[in-house]
Design a protein around this ligand. Structure first.
Ligand code: ADP
Length: 426
């Protein structure tokens, strides 16, 4: 049978487990064998220790059970289900990851075949149970060569990667470099001529898991809705104390170069003012903000909420920081002001319903895209546009996303950058 693997990589986001569950179940439903790759690209580069073989079997008998196992009594206990203990971080992976994994029988095993029951109960779990990591080795060709070798060694025919723009950039690089990599593996004698021919075309698909909602080509990423929801809950809590004490709060939210979380949180909570990277104020931001807030105060508003995206920039494209805003609110408006940086609570926890649904529908589409992949079709990232789950060429989505990030990083805004409303450039 075709072997389909799924992994999560980069920053975690709520709904990643639902995506993994969906890929695993759809793969099995389609008669394929399902694999997970633990700890993102790091796990793929490391592969499995030689003595572990390619098919760890702490739960062998549950692997061949398909959807029909639903009709049978649930098998409980270790024999039927692997307990995944995720680990995080780059340097810590060896220190912590392996020792934790050891306790669940996965020491030295990053590529693990899973069965229908292994992903039971994953829909509502936050973070990613199969772990994620940042992987320096995968940025080098030597690392990607190891990754390619491990895929072929385990006979993996197709790979679904759920991650943010970094992880998908990595996926796109692996795709572009694949012919060269397998050529090298053949020349080194690492793979046979038969393997070289069978795995000549890499079947890879991306699923966008990111709280930032920052990938070009999709309206929504897996985890963004949950993050937004958490931000709204936090701002709601802050609002009541702000109103009681007549205070101002500056709330800094995540999003890297993308202001989606900040802007949508502003709309959803009725914030007084919002700073986002996409639309730098055309003049002095403090004047503009003070004008609006003064009007709100005059209208009798007791509380003041200003939301600032972590990537917010001023007219000269320099960062606008929460503390700068606080200072203006205190010095110019005399407001008793506090700064709240929401930090990692935004990463989620339990996914909201819409993230579970998005991840599930996209996981199904990802498996279909992999099974339909032909050498002449591009590799896709699964997207959603105008409420339709669809496929977008991976290369295109990555290119567009990087173009925007690069322009912001190098301050290379010109009239052509769609991010900035040309009216404000006058
Ligand atoms: P995210 O996927 O959340 O954007 P990162 O940007 O940290 O997170 O990327 C995750 C991983 O993807 C990196 O640790 C690295 O292994 C891989 N990666 C990112 N960018 C590249 C690149 N340009 N080439 C190869 N691999 C990359």
């Amino acid at each position: 049978p075709t072997k389909i693997a799924v992994m999560t990589s980069g920053g975690d986001s709520a709904g990643m487990n639902a995506a993994v569950r969906s890929v695993v179940k759809m793969a099995i439903f389609k008669g394929c064998h399902a694999y997970v790759i633990r700890e993102g690209w790091e796990g793929l580069v490391r592969g499995n220790d030689e003595d572990q073989g390619s098919n760890p079997t702490p739960h062998e008998e549950s692997l061949d059970a398909g959807p029909e196992s639903l009709a049978q009594p649930r098998r409980e206990g270790k024999a039927a289900k692997i307990k995944f203990v995720p680990t995080y971080g780059e340097g810590e992976l060896l220190k912590e990851g392996v020792s934790e994994a050891e306790t669940v029988g996965l020491k030295g095993r990053y590529i693990v075949r899973v069965g229908w029951d292994d992903v039971r109960g994953w829909l509502d779990a936050g973070g990613t149970l199969i772990g994620t990591a940042r992987c320096a080795a995968f940025r080098e060709q030597a690392g990607r060569l190891k990754a390619a070798h491990n895929l072929i060694k385990h006979g993996i025919d197709a790979l679904a990667v759920c991650g943010g723009d970094g992880s998908l950039t990595g996926a796109d690089r692996l795709r572009a470099e694949w012919p060269e990599l397998i050529g090298m593996l053949k020349d080194n004698g690492d793979i046979t001529q038969a393997q070289f021919e069978r795995y000549a075309h890499l079947k890879i698909v991306g699923l966008v898991g990111s709280i930032d909602n920052d990938l070009a080509g999709t309206d929504l990423t897996i985890g963004a809705a949950t993050a937004l929801s958490r931000i709204c809950e936090a701002v709601d809590s802050i609002s009541s104390t702000a109103a009681s004490h007549s205070r101002a709060f500056v709330v800094e939210v995540m999003g890297r170069h993308c202001g989606w979380l900040a802007l949508m949180a502003g709309v959803a909570t009725g914030a007084d003012y919002c700073f986002i990277p996409e639309q730098p104020p055309h003049g002095s931001w403090d004047d503009a903000m003070c004008d609006v807030l003064t009007k709100h105060k005059k209208a009798g508003k007791r509380k003041t909420i200003v939301i600032v995206a972590e990537g917010a920039i001023d007219k000269d494209l320099n960062a606008i920081k929460a503390d700068d805003i606080k200072k203006v609110l205190e010095d110019r408006l005399g407001l008793d002001t506090r700064v709240t940086t929401l930090g990692h609570t935004q990463r989620g926890g339990r996914p909201v319903a819409s993230d579970r649904i998005l991840a599930t529908l996209q996981g199904v589409e990802a498996v279909e895209a992999l099974l339909e992949a032909k050498p002449e079709t591009p590799s896709y990232v699964i997207t959603i546009r105008e409420n339709q789950v669809t496929r977008t060429p991976l290369m295109e989505a990555v290119k567009q996303t990087q173009l925007v990030a690069h322009k912001i990083e190098t301050k290379d805004f010109d009239g052509a950058l769609a991010l900035r409303d040309p009216e404000f450039d006058e």
